[in-house]
Design a protein around this ligand. Sequence first.
Ligand code: AMP
Length: 540
Amino acid sequence: MKGLMMDYPLTLVTIFERVGKLFPKVEVASRMADRSIHHYTYGDFYRRTKKLANALKRAGIKKGDRVATLMWNHYGHLEAYFGIPLAEGVLHTLNLRLHPDDIAYIINHAEDKILIVDDVLLPLYQQFADKVKLEKVVVFPLTGKKHEGPFIDYEDFIGPESEEYEYPQFDENDAAGMCYTSGTTGRPKGVLYSHRAIVLHTFGLGLGANFGVTQKDVMSPIVPMFHVNAWGIPFLGVMIGAKQVFPGPYLDPESLMDLFIKEKVTFTAGVPTLWLGLLQVLEKNPDKAEQLRGLRLAVGGAAAPEAMIRAYDKLGMTIIHAWGMTETTPLGTVSILKSYMEDLPEDKKYEYRAKQGLPVPFVEVRAVDDSGKEVPWDGKTMGELQVRGPWIAASYFKLEGSSDKWTEDGWFRTEDVVTIDEEGYIKIVDRIKDVIKSGGEWISSVELENALMGHPAVVEAAVVAVPHPKWQERPVAVVVLKEEYRGKVTEEELKEFLKPKFAKWWLPDRIIFVEEIPKTSTGKFMKRAIREQLKDLKLD
Ligand code: AMP
């Protein structure tokens, strides 16, 4: 027997209408190019977004057409977040940090029809303009000045349109957004979010059990709006009618501290490097830090160091560690202590908080070994993290059904290597390509690196797998020493330092001193290049 409930589609329309009707007086603040702070209300947002949807329709956008944005975080981008899907288009956020050739590749692959670009980013657009075919380019005035050039000014684009918008019929499974993966291997791949997935993800993100946000919060997504929809925070702010504060192009710690204080931000989100930078500035300005007491900072994209979590606690601010990916919309896990853990010893509590945390409701997780068997939840045994749920990608755009990223039984392979403990807390220990497979066991390169970087003489350390005739692979470390220790610290000394911390078979076969370690554009170790440098190294 079927339940007797309405078949009501989960779409962004309902979220958008709600904010317009219930929270038109709530503010949205945005840092502009000249550093001034622009304010308007959700009422303004509501009217202007409907004008944008009308303008896009008039420009010929049809159901499923992709409309790209090349923009910083600000109210104009928020209008695009809703205006494009309301016009039945697909919001395609472009990563402005990519190489222009990659941006061109992505635009062409997605077959974007229209581009909305910040005026301050036109120089970037010019670098790939001749490589893409767009029907229209609309320029958003982040400088506050009307665009007089060859393209259409955003205000001219939406200005003549009506504030009334006739909603078409939506299916909740219609595409609403699109984001390409950063593509550390191979070409970037497109993830296509449906209305339904975004709506359910927004509910998940808004649960008290996760970040505990309410309408009274002032939410400031610092994570770029081109990085997995700023982790969904702009959608959440609109759904619950909470004030939002956008940093525009100014992401340096001083500007963030100033913005958070001026606009009374209570909840923010970003990658660890942002919060490490902010921490240094806060520690130097105790009076300002005092004004931000109570701030909650969600952190993800890379592991949050435990020392950082402790340092923010000292300032009366709370780091909340989370994990996710482009393919998971992105929220997958959040590290929140369970009720009965409050009495645990301090160190144990920090150990849990530094893990990536518990899967959020409706994200199912499992960790699987090389042979496809699920590993036990013992906090020790490593396996690849696999996930499934209503906001996890089922396929990549234009690669439907052709990827080995999904298992035969329908789980998404994250390529993150994890342990899961008895309480269900997940800890990321490596990427599958970087974990060292030695004699049928896995060794975490990340844990060895962290331990080596804990030695006072070491600036940086990367650990990679080197082929071994007997063990298949063995760990080899490359280490950069501080100037004053060069020639003084030996390989043996570092091995002795590691010994008490690891099982014997985990210890690197070789520790090689180098001048520098090759890195990617985002500052991560370029493991492929290191393996290449070590290709002639013979182990026995
Ligand atoms: P992206 O799709 O660009 O957001 O990258 C997703 C990847 O970032 C994940 O597969 C992880 O390898 C990494 N990542 C995300 N959050 C965390 C975290 N909290 N700790 C460690 N790695 C993370």
